[in-house]
Design a protein around this ligand. Structure first.
Ligand code: MV4
Length: 449
């Protein structure tokens, strides 16, 4: 591999450019007209404008990206996260062009992207699952029969969905027909596929995910877990590894089951098996077939550059580590720094007039911004990730607090003040929380005070 096109923007594009450079591979950035002054364009060896600000005509346009790939003469494409990263079609088009897609195969993306099929694979692999419909639900009678087995509350999910979009919670049988038809029409308009399935709804779980990595020769390992329980509106805000609530035996058990699922599809590249965790039990949700935003917390505790590994795997190299050589050390946390009001969370694009990043021992900033940069309003509001590592969780928290205090972004609003406040909360610091805690407890209390 001599030259890689990065089909993305922002901090992840920069993350991939850095990995390419360390491997001696040339990088090609693509950008929309709104991103002319973006850092990823400046840091890449080359950059190509591929279209207007609207993502559908630039970062989501397969023809625009493939033209740039041809013009630049790249031999591989890295999709980053979001955009086309989980498009089986994009991976297949790359294959047709003779360009290496840095990720799993189109077949793997397709089967795991279908949540009904992923659930069936999980069942076959002995991965713990919630009671649910084993297959798609197509009519009211079938839904009612399945609900009798599953019990209430239950949740209807789109087979083609993911990340929590298009889900309907159903509290009683009377509610079922209405929610089923809503779920199906939203699934059709949102994902072009009205296939839905049902599962028992967990009211107060944690979110824990397992990092997987496989090569093209059948070697597969898991790289511990990330605890992403702190979230708002299904957007993760803080991620950490190891999870403060897991025991080593639980970690091993769920890790080995997740590996078994990956083995069923001969999985290659990086992937993440998502679970809900409640009362000491894991329940499989879905497999994400991309590099994730929160990958740095795993990198920090494992001492492994996941993006470089991902590129080497795509080149056909073998994993150099076996499961017994993979050891986590210390504790890492990541917070997502967004351009938004710290109280209302409203997006706050604009010009950054002053910028100072924290530094010192155990501090890493994966950022797309600089002083003088104008944050466009067209994209996601995430500007940077602050990742800190300590010998243990306490040191990690102290380091996070002092890093947040050092971090200065002037001219726009960011959620840094929100994090400074959150890192004072005792329940949060003891991690006595679930996925609902921030919205249902913490933010409600904040409004009153
Ligand atoms: C659930 C659930 C409760 N019970 N499934 C949202 C993201 C997607 N990966 C799965 N999601 C959920 N699935 C059952 N059976 C609750 C959620 C959920 C959630 C999960 C993880 C983190 C944040 C969340 C916020 C709302 C709902």
């Amino acid at each position: 591999m001599k030259k890689v096109l990065i089909a993305n923007r922002g901090e992840i594009a920069i993350r991939v450019i850095r990995a390419c450079r360390e491997l001696g591979i040339k990088s090609v950035a693509i950008h929309s007209t709104a991103d002319r002054d973006s850092l990823h364009c400046k840091l890449a060896d080359e950059s190509v404008c591929i279209g207007p600000a609207e993502s559908s005509k630039s970062y989501l346009s397969i023809p625009a990206i493939m033209s740039a790939a041809e013009v630049a003469g790249v031999d591989a494409i890295h999709p980053g996260y979001g955009f086309l990263s989980e498009s089986a079609e994009f991976a297949a088009v790359c294959r047709q062009y003779g360009i290496t897609f840095i990720g799993p195969t189109p077949e793997q993306i397709k089967i795991l992207g279908n949540k009904v099929e992923a659930r069936a694979l999980a069942r076959k692999a002995g991965v713990p699952l919630l009671p649910g419909s084993n297959g798609a639900i197509t009519d009211d009678a079938q839904a009612i029969a399945a609900a009798k087995e599953i019990g209430f509350p239950l949740i209807i999910k789109a087979a083609a969905g993911g990340g929590g979009r298009g889900m309907k919670v159903v509290l009683s049988e009377a509610d079922l027909p209405k929610q089923l038809s809503l779920a199906r029409s939203e699934a059709l308009s949102g994902f072009g596929d009205d296939t839905v399935y049902m599962e028992r709804f967990l009211t107060n779980p944690r979110h824990i995910e397992i990092q997987l990595m496989g090569d093209q020769h059948g070697n597969l390992v898991y790289l511990g877990e990330r605890d992403c329980t702190t979230q708002r509106r299904k957007q993760k805000l803080i991620e950490e590894s190891p999870s403060p609530v897991l025991k080593e035996a639980e970690r091993q058990k769920v890790g080995e089951r997740a590996l078994e699922l990956a083995r069923l599809v001969n999985y290659q590249s990086l992937g993440t098996a998502e679970f809900l965790y409640e009362n000491g039990n894991f329940y499989f949700m879905e497999v994400n077939t991309r590099i994730q935003v929160e990958h740095p917390v795993t990198e920090e505790v494992m001492g492994i550059d996941l993006v470089k590994e991902q590129i080497k795997i795509a080149q056909g190299e073998r994993l150099t580590l076996t499961q017994s050589q993979i050891k986590s050390s210390g504790h890492a946390m990541e917070v997502r720094i967004n351009a938004e009001d710290p109280v209302s969370f409203a997006p706050w694009p604009g010009k950054i007039t002053g910028y100072h990043e924290p530094g010192g021992i155990g501090v890493r900033v994966d950022s797309m911004i600089y002083a003088g940069y104008t944050v466009p309003s067209n994209y996601d509001s995430m500007l940077a990730k602050l990742i800190v590592k300590g010998r243990d969780r306490d040191e990690c928290i102290q380091r996070m607090k002092r890093s947040l205090r050092e971090f200065k972004v002037e001219g726009i609003r960011t959620n840094i003040p929100f994090y400074l406040e959150l890192f004072q909360d005792e329940r949060f610091l003891r991690s006595e929380i679930t996925i609902n805690w921030l919205e249902d407890v913490y933010l409600k209390g904040r409004k009153k005070s």
